[in-house]
Design a protein around this ligand. Structure first.
Ligand SMILES: [Zn+2]
Length: 159
């Protein structure tokens, strides 16, 4: 049996007048992540973990922010395309673990919906999609509510 592990990290600045998209779910807040796509920091970290597991480069290689096709794109589509790449390489996803670092808002009420969304796209059960969240206790740019960080790990198995 052949397994591959990958990790991903993503950062986005927070700004007013943007919807906050996290894990494919709209989280009501007075700020949202700034980016070329819908700036879903969690889905981007997960895409990078999946790509990293197969040494396929990163999200910027596959979905460059210079390509108008990706302007304002729903990151669920990027995750879906990434999952198709994984399948095309002959692998399936075993599980995903992730962490979101943000000072506010509280995202716990939205986590089940994020898990369901990611599980549906990746062909997993919600038990295979872990989403944890932490503040930085007010420290740094996350603590100053200037930005959000997401980390993800993914395990793949050759089919
Ligand atoms: Zn991103």
């Amino acid at each position: 049996m052949s397994f591959r592990i990958g990790s991903g990290i993503d950062f986005h600045q927070l700004g007013e007048g943007r919807p906050l998209m996290l894990g494919g779910v709209h989280v009501p807040h007075n700020k949202g992540c700034i980016g070329y796509s819908d700036a879903d920091v969690l889905l981007h970290a997960i895409c990078d973990a999946l790509l990293g597991a197969l040494a396929l480069g990163d999200i910027g290689v596959h979905f460059p922010d210079t390509d108008p096709r990706f302007k304002g794109i729903d990151s669920k589509k990027l995750l879906d395309e990434t999952c198709h790449l994984v399948a095309a390489e002959g692998y399936r996803v075993i599980n995903i673990d992730s962490s979101l670092c943000l000072q506010e808002p509280k995202i716990k009420p939205y986590v089940p919906q994020m898990q369901e969304t990611i599980a549906r796209i990746a062909g997993l059960t919600v038990r295979d999609v872990s989403i944890k969240a932490t503040t930085t206790e007010g420290l740094g740019f996350v603590g100053r509510k200037e930005g959000v960080v997401a980390y993800a790990s993914a395990l793949l198995q050759r089919i």
